[in-house]
Design a protein around this ligand. Structure first.
Ligand code: NAD
Length: 295
């Protein structure tokens, strides 16, 4: 069994590190928040006082941080303490340019690295059923398998450095577009006197079908797994959807891609966040659409 340094023990990193402990690995965890560290210690993580202490002597180091700035700051802080042969795995969702910069820093220190952002949310992190989308060399991808396996249902190699982040961004652009279209359709149906159930029964077996409809329907009572049945408690928070859409919009600008739907989706989620919706599941955006519809 391996020694794994784990940095960032929050909503995702907490349950992910617990699944590694349950698989028999020794996990040395570090986080800036004492509350989060306490919770991880209760779940069998060996908590340490610094990122450098977490990575020293580790076979792999996993980072699960809020964004690219924190990732690059952490790499600056701990890279000198990482031993030769250690694999760096970044599962945070970050800007593609920041991810590629992190790969360069790792390569400069003579270390293999992958970007391995995830899909599946906190429920997937708890259950060990995340999808990992991996960017990096074939060798690093193969080395990562035993470390990712206890947290994953699927691990997919998407190509070279940063391609995991590109995949994640593209997935969430599709997800936001599908959710917004679904939410708008339910509100339009409501205003024209169409029962939710009738719309659901038809669209769930028709071409309008999507995960946003049949797994996380924005209207309560249609499907058991929907966060709408739990007062829109996340799930996947609207603030994180806005973060991911902003990453997509900025990557689209840098690459000269025409992503008008992505820009519009980012504006709608920005509006919802400024209305106080950021802490709710991203499906709760339907309430903002209702508010902005004429009564
Ligand atoms: P979170 O805020 O709960 O956890 C991040 C943790 O990192 C916090 O506990 C924070 O204290 C810690 N941290 C910040 N800077 C640090 C530093 N320098 N050193 C050590 N610890 C530091 O966030 P989360 O929901 O766990 O998300 C983590 C990442 O996963 C994000 O990039 C997010 O976009 C991505 N993600 C989240 C979800 C989700 O549903 N929550 C789903 C997929 C991907």
């Amino acid at each position: 069994m391996a020694v794994i340094g784990f940095i960032g023990l929050g909503h995702m990193g907490g349950p992910m590190s617990r699944n590694l402990v349950n698989a028999g690995h020794t996990v040395r965890g570090f986080d800036l928040s004492p509350e989060v560290v306490g919770r991880a210690a209760d779940q069998g993580v060996t908590t340490v006082e610094s990122a450098a202490a977490a990575v020293t002597g580790a076979d792999a180091v996993i980072t699960m941080l809020p964004g690219g700035k924190q990732l690059l700051d952490c790499y600056d802080e701990f890279l000198a303490s990482v031993g030769r042969g250690t694999l760096l795995i970044d599962s945070s969702t970050v800007d593609v340019a920041d991810s590629r910069r992190a790969h360069e820093l790792a390569a400069g220190a003579g270390l293999d690295a992958i970007d391995a952002p995830v899909s599946g949310g906190t429920a997937g992190a708890e259950a060990g059923t995340l999808t990992f989308m991996v960017g990096g060399s074939e060798r690093a991808f193969q080395t990562a398998q035993p470390f990712l396996e206890p947290m994953a249902r699927k691990v997919i190699h998407c190509g070279g450095d940063g391609n995991g982040q590109v995949t994640k961004m593209c997935n969430n652009l599709m997800l936001a577009a599908a959710m917004l279209g679904t939410a708008e359709a339910f509100v339009l149906g409501e205003k024209l006197g169409l029962p939710h159930q009738a719309l659901y029964d038809v669209t769930s077996v028709s071409t309008g079908q999507s995960w946003s409809l049949t797994t996380n329907c924005p209207v309560p009572g249609m499907v058991e797994t929907s966060r709408a049945n739990h007062d829109y408690e996340p799930g996947f928070a609207a603030s994180l959807m806005l973060k991911d859409l902003n990453l997509a919009v900025s990557a689209a600008e840098q690459s000269g891609t025409d992503t008008e739907v992505g820009r519009l989706a980012a504006r709608i989620y920005d509006r919802f966040n400024s209305e106080g919706g950021g802490g709710y599941d991203f499906s709760a955006v339907i309430e903002s659409i209702r508010r902005h519809s004429e009564s």
